[in-house]
Ligand binder design. Structure first.
Ligand SMILES: Cc1cc2nc3c(=O)[nH]c(=O)nc-3n(C[C@H](O)[C@H](O)[C@H](O)COP(=O)(O)O)c2cc1C
Length: 128
């Protein structure tokens, strides 16, 4: 619908009530949330990359929609997440959305610097 014009606010959450909506008793501990987010993004990125450019053939004449040689399993087995892959739908035109982050803690700023395309600066005083 948007031709891939979409962003993802890749934050780690701040509300125990939001965590309860996903069956958790509350949010995991602060830095653990960033450990989880790092692996989560790595997994999602692998899924986005599981379709090579040109995988969607969409040729009416031959009746071929997808070239299976260009779609690959991910087989990620990590600390928090497991996924076989590949992504069960085709990739976005740009490959991935724009990633935003808003961490203000030392760990949050490090995460944002590593993964985000754009950062909402929300700095906190640091003793580090
Ligand atoms: C501009 C902005 C937008 C945010 N949006 C959300 C949101 O949509 N959902 C959410 O759970 N937390 C949101 N947060 C809170 C973040 O999850 C996080 O708690 C905050 O960035 C603090 O990170 P830090 O603990 O690394 O300082 C947002 C924070 C900011 C500054």
């Amino acid at each position: 619908m948007s031709n891939g014009r979409i962003g993802w606010n890749l934050v780690t959450g701040s509300s125990d009530f939001a965590a309860m909506n996903f069956g958790m008793p509350g949010l995991p501990e602060h830095d653990l949330r960033y450990d989880m987010a790092e692996e989560y993004f790595d997994v999602v990125d692998k899924l986005w990359r599981s379709w090579e450019p040109g995988a969607i053939v969409a040729d009416r004449k031959s009746g071929v929609l997808v070239d299976p040689s260009k779609v690959h399993a991910v087989n990620h087995e990590g600390r928090f997440y497991n996924t076989r892959g590949p992504l069960n739908c085709g990739p976005a035109p740009q490959g991935r959305p724009v990633i935003a982050q808003a961490g203000g803690s030392p760990r949050g700023r490090s995460f944002a610097g590593h993964y985000a395309d754009t950062i909402v600066a929300h700095p906190k005083a640091s003793t580090a």
